[in-house]
Design a protein around this ligand. Structure first.
Ligand SMILES: *[C@@H]1O[C@H](CO)[C@@H](O)[C@H](O)[C@H]1NC(C)=O
Ligand SMILES: *[C@@H]1O[C@H](CO)[C@@H](O)[C@H](O)[C@H]1NC(C)=O
Length: 276
């Protein structure tokens, strides 16, 4: 009896200890929003953050804000040099004490390829799993429509892309030009794309990029089967992905629906398991 009396509290203590240990061990999540969006819109990234936190209580979720206000964050998703954005994010991540032990990352639309650049360029703190939701890893050629109320900005962007996506001025100031991939101008793309051609190794192989990307535990790519916003919706790349595929690290998911349209149920069934 006495032994049992001791054993029960000890067991209880152990369970509580394990329980809180597990909560503490929830791998933090870093989110990067898409074009025209911000870190904290309750209908987009705020909603995703809630979805995750509801099922993984206590998880630290960092939704990236680029700039010092929400307005700047939205503007920067159109007009800030992506290489500078990635650099800023790398420094944000390195300074965040919650992320010291590593983190998972989830990028929406262009945020998908931007976080891949973070994985390739900034191995510390380590990114474990990268989930790209509707990203454009091989770029876009076409700009069918824009989210929300940004259609005037979009008309202007379309004009700039037509005028000269690969001119230096447009490259440096227009985010979408930095992942513009014109199949009729492969040579220009290869030489002048300051972001996508670099992270996709179009100007030669940077072994560091390859090594860093291959250090991911999983790279999950979600494609929207009825995407009317991303053109073309099929992306591929040539960055050690074959080896990752052989090692079972690549996951391709297709989801019915238009760009970034998914249900709560789909998210919980297909995405949440990668975060637990
Ligand atoms: C390769 O990538 C690393 C990480 O971003 C960078 O420090 C290095 O300068 C790159 N090397 C070349 C040859 O571009
Ligand atoms: C979406 O695309 C899939 C695959 O092409 C197709 O089977 C499905 O019917 C489409 N759904 C809608 C609502 O258009």
């Amino acid at each position: 009896m006495a032994a049992l009396g001791l054993a029960v509290p000890a067991l209880l203590w152990l369970c509580l200890g394990l329980g809180s240990g597990r909560a503490m061990a929830a791998v933090p999540l870093v989110i990067w929003h898409g074009m025209g969006d911000s870190c904290c819109n309750p209908l987009s990234m705020g909603y995703v953050r809630d979805l995750v936190q509801r099922r993984i209580p206590g998880i630290y979720v960092l939704s990236l804000r680029i700039g010092s206000s929400l307005v700047q964050d939205v503007e920067n998703s159109f007009f800030m040099n992506v290489n500078d954005q990635v650099r800023e994010v790398c420094s944000q991540l390195a300074k965040d004490p919650h992320l010291k032990g590593g983190y998972n990352a989830m990028g929406f639309s262009q945020g998908g390829q931007f976080l891949r650049a973070v994985a390739q360029r900034c191995p510390s703190p380590p990114m474990f799993t990268l989930i790209s939701i509707g990203g454009q890893h091989q770029g876009v050629y076409g700009f069918p429509r824009c989210p929300g109320e940004s259609s005037q900005i979009c008309d202007w962007i379309r004009k700039m892309l037509d005028l000269g996506a690969y001119t230096q001025a447009v490259q440096e100031h227009l985010v979408q030009a930095q992942y513009w991939h014109d199949p009729l101008k492969e040579e220009d793309y290869r030489k002048k794309s300051i972001f996508l051609a670099d992270i996709n190794q179009e100007r030669g192989i940077n072994e560091t990029y390859k090594k860093n990307l291959m250090a991911l535990k999983k790279f999950v790519m979600v494609k929207f089967l009825n995407d009317t916003m991303v053109d073309p919706p099929i992306s591929e790349d040539r960055l050690g992905l074959q080896q990752m595929d052989k090692a079972g690290k690549l996951v391709f998911l297709g989801v019915e629906g238009d760009h970034l349209h998914f249900t709560e149920e789909w998210f919980y069934t297909h995405i949440l398991p990668f975060l637990q």
